[in-house]
Write a protein that binds this ligand. Structure first.
Ligand code: MEV
Length: 454
């Protein structure tokens, strides 16, 4: 074993793990223990809940929890909880919410809510025998997994359909059982995977007992049973629209010019994957932030969204724009497999609070809130990009982050904000400005030079 490796780490207590980490990887073990312990929750029960989410936990990693108020979706006003570390995202969502508040707000609809699971298997046999066998057992599957699906069935969900997919023309002997599910208000990963593993073992059974099969055909090689995170049939649409003239003025830019530039920005993201990636990243700034705040799985949502963006064979914008008959229309279609029950949603204390802030929505309503936030974020980013540019807003936040890092006083912050209104913000420029300011003020000169020029 290497110098810094260990066996039995997971068996150590939390304090033991922290001590081992501190002593083996840090110059000042006492300081790092103190620091990481300072982020433990004071409420021990809540800390135990947090530790239960994952393994080998030694501390908690904080992210900012913000809100974007005034978001009108289908005529209902929401205050959106957002967990995100990036400056300007929450401000951008809030400003887009406010912009559309007076222009009819966001409209959303859930198009479909189907989730998919797959049993992947190899079978070396006469494929013409497979279809009749599959059809014979198709209904039986549903009966034979009833003990797992009973609760979901009662809630109005469960198995929607079971299909056999034959891939033998691409890969010899490879088939799939594809099962479609309705998982109601849960994301349903555990439920789906349990059903799939049962189906896999039932298949082994059915095949072994099939009288028309040869000895070789009675054997089936199950490779794996797992849900698919690609859920193109769990789809939601969010849109905004208004007469072009109602878009108003953007500084010197009139509504018509803005609408055309905006439309072109969306078209470019349909043409060029380099731009599409950044464009969609902006959408996920909003989506991930709400997904995280509500305790949902942002990796699943991202993976699915990017596959959906490539559904035509080329990675493209997830949002669309249309200027027709004097109307500006901007919309987003996105698959979102999320839940409002089960998983972290009900056990993470703040995820629960987020859901309450949203009025305890069901999963369909939450899909709509998340899609609208993604669209708001995309609108705000494009609006900045085609008008004043993105750096103006970003740099304001960046400046504040640098000033906080440099432990600037209130007076120094005021002076810096004034000064950097017409100077380029960079870490070194801010430090130089603060140094000069501090030298001047320690020499007891009044603060007068602050914010004027160098
Ligand atoms: C930054 O996080 C997101 C943007 O780059 C999105 C975009 O360019 O559309 C501003």
């Amino acid at each position: 074993m290497g110098e810094k490796s260990i066996s039995g780490f997971s068996k150590l207590s939390k304090r033991g793990k922290l001590k081992w980490i501190a002593e083996n990887f840090f110059k000042d073990p006492e300081a790092v223990i103190r620091e990481l312990k300072s982020y433990w929750l004071t409420n021990e029960d809540q800390q135990r809940v947090m530790d239960g989410f994952s393994e080998n936990t030694i501390s908690n990693f904080h992210l900012p929890y913000g809100v974007a108020p005034n978001m009108i979706i289908n005529d209902k006003t929401y205050c959106i909880p957002m967990v995100i570390e990036e400056s300007s995202v929450v401000a951008a969502a809030s400003s887009a919410a406010k912009f559309w508040m007076n222009r009819g707000g966001f409209k959303t609809e859930v198009i479909s809510t189907v989730k998919i699971g797959q049993v992947h298997f190899y079978w070396d046999g006469d494929s013409s025998k497979m279809i009749p066998l599959f059809n014979k057992y198709k209904e039986r599957f549903k009966q034979d997994v009833k003990d797992i699906t009973a609760n979901m069935d009662k809630r109005g969900g469960g198995i929607i359909d079971v299909n056999l997919k034959d891939f033998t023309d691409i890969e010899p002997n490879y088939y799939q059982v594809e099962i479609k599910f309705d998982t109601c208000d849960s994301m349903g990963a555990n439920f789906i995977n349990s059903v799939l593993e049962r189906v896999a073992s039932l298949m082994k059974d059915y095949f072994a007992r099939e009288k028309t099969f040869t000895a070789k055909e009675k054997e089936i090689d199950i490779v794996m049973s797992i849900l698919s995170n690609y859920t193109p049939e769990c789809l939601v649409r969010a849109s905004v629209s208004c007469p072009i003239e109602d878009l108003g003025m953007f500084g010197e830019m009139d509504a018509e010019t803005f609408a055309n530039k905006f439309n072109r920005a969306v078209r470019i993201a349909h043409i060029d994957p380099y731009r599409a990636t950044t464009h969609n990243k902006g959408i996920f700034n909003g989506i991930d932030a709400v997904v995280l705040a509500t305790g949902n799985d942002f990796r699943a949502i991202e993976a699915c969204g990017h596959t959906y963006a490539s559904r035509d064979g080329q990675y493209k914008s997830l949002s669309n724009c249309e200027l027709k008959d004097g109307i500006f229309k901007f919309w987003l279609d996105i698959p979102l497999a999320i839940g409002t029950v089960g998983g972290l949603t009900n056990i993470h204390p703040i995820a629960k609070t987020s859901l309450e802030l949203l009025g305890n929505p069901g999963s369909n309503e939450l899909m709509q809130v998340i899609a609208a936030t993604g669209l708001a974020q995309n609108f705000a980013a494009l609006k900045s990009l085609v008008t004043v540019g993105i750096q103006k807003g970003h740099m304001k936040m960046h400046l504040m982050n640098i000033l906080n890092h440099q432990e600037a006083t209130k007076k120094e912050i005021e002076a810096s904000v004034l000064h950097f209104k017409d100077h380029v913000v960079s870490f070194s420029a801010v430090r130089t400005f603060l140094d000069e300011l501090r030298t001047t003020s320690s020499g007891n000169k009044p603060f007068a030079i602050a914010g004027t020029n160098d």
